[in-house]
Ligand binder design. Structure first.
Ligand SMILES: Nc1ncnc2c1ncn2[C@@H]1O[C@H](COP(=O)(O)OP(=O)(O)OP(=O)(O)O)[C@@H](O)[C@H]1O
Length: 370
């Protein structure tokens, strides 16, 4: 199996009539990486995957696989394999026959096929399960068989279209680890599409955050979470509290925001926006629930927020406090449960504190839908 083949999307535009499904996408995926496209339903993820697999030609721009331009090369001739949410294993074929179906078409002998199936069953951590029928496996095991079947064709790039979305939550979380381990063992490039930020962050080397046909940001999980480029990326990935306002002062890489309802708040301008924000600009300031803590009542300053507590809940690993927030949105505070006593604050006015480097400012923009 050849490893480490990169994929490049160069100025890709995809139009369906007047509708622009993908707008000027530029992505460099390193060979051997696990790369995810993350975004809400309808943002163009599947459309990009179809352009990589060759089921669709971009209206403009180039898809390069291993540096080779794929223009005019059909899906069967590309070094890619595609796995869908609907696995479509053959129900009456044994697991090993399912896995080696592509070899049977090429006329390989039963002995050869069985040997290859056993290698792949080891690879997906299902040794000795080749003689079962798909119906005798769990959902997660069937998922792994589908991956083995795709890998049997020796693709350079495996394309996965929301392959875990039909599984229940526990299995989905377990399969994240499994998938990542299989990818590392095989060493080929995986391109994964999902609307689930937990999946994207836990499995990927790099993530592209997509919104309405546009790629807002590309980076590793930590960068996307801690240093978002846009209001959409900040609000789509993880939970975040938003404060709206205008830039009133810029000091180095920090900005003071005159918020609509919470006074003046200081925060870090994210990397992509440094040097690009000016006094008077409409801005959005984001603070994660875990970055807020309870301060002595009445403390004031540019990193304190006053809020009225609406209700509280205990989530096991954290106490969550929900307040009347800025901008019509609820404000959430998450206090880790370290065994401390925790009074009910419902109805009280509370002062909340954050460290300036844990709050970020980006230009005002579209937020992700709840
Ligand atoms: N063949 C087509 N003709 C017209 N419009 C299309 C076609 N294929 C996709 N679209 C539109 O392009 C947009 C992007 O679709 P796409 O399937 O790529 O979204 P997605 O991000 O994969 O969504 P989901 O997570 O729901 O699968 C959608 O608005 C969709 O309606």
């Amino acid at each position: 199996m050849s490893a480490g083949v990169g994929v490049d999307l160069e100025n890709i535009w995809i139009r369906f009539g007047d509708f622009v499904a993908v707008r000027d996408a530029n992505v460099h995926i390193k060979g051997g990486d696990f790369f995810s496209f993350l975004g809400p339903s309808g943002c163009g993820k599947t459309t990009i995957l179809r352009a990589v697999s060759g089921f669709l030609e971009p209206s403009e721009g180039n898809v390069l696989i291993g540096g080779r331009n794929m223009a005019g090369i059909g899906p069967n001739k590309r070094p890619t394999a595609l796995i869908f949410q609907n696995l479509a294993l053959f129900p009456l074929m044994k697991v090993w026959e399912n896995i080696t179906f592509s070899l049977e078409i090429k006329g390989a002998s039963a002995g050869e096929r069985r040997k290859r199936a056993d290698e792949l069953l080891d690879m997906i951590a299902l040794p000795g399960q080749g003689d079962k029928l798909p119906s005798e496996l769990s959902g997660g095991q069937r998922q792994r068989v589908a991956i083995a079947r795709a890998l049997c064709a020796e693709p350079d790039v495996l394309l996965l279209d929301e392959p875990l979305s039909a599984l229940d939550l526990k299995l989905r979380q377990h399969m994240r680890t499994e998938l990542r381990e299989i990818q590392k063992r095989v060493g080929i490039t995986f391109i994964y599409i999902t609307h689930d930020q937990g999946e994207a962050l836990t499995m990927s080397d790099d993530v592209a955050v997509m919104r309405a046909g546009v790629i807002d940001q590309i980076g590793n999980g930590k960068t996307i979470y801690n240093d978002p480029s846009t209001a959409f990326a900040a609000s789509f990935v993880g939970e975040n509290n938003v404060f709206r306002g205008k830039v009133s002062k810029i000091i180095g890489n920090e900005a003071l925001i005159r918020t609509n309802r919470s006074g003046d708040l200081m925060a870090r301008i994210t990397t992509a926006n440094q040097g690009r924000m000016n006094v008077g600009d409409d801005a959005m300031l984001f603070i994660r629930p875990e970055a807020l803590s309870i301060a002595p009542t009445g403390t004031q300053g540019d990193h304190f927020v006053t809020a009225q507590v609406k209700h509280e809940e205990f989530e096991g690993n954290s106490f969550n406090i929900f307040c009347q927030g800025d901008g019509g949105k609820e404000l959430k505070v998450s206090i880790p449960n370290l065994g401390q006593s925790f009074d009910d604050h419902t109805g009280q006015k509370m002062t909340l504190e954050y460290e300036v480097h844990n709050a970020v400012v980006v230009p005002a923009g579209e937020l992700a839908a709840e």
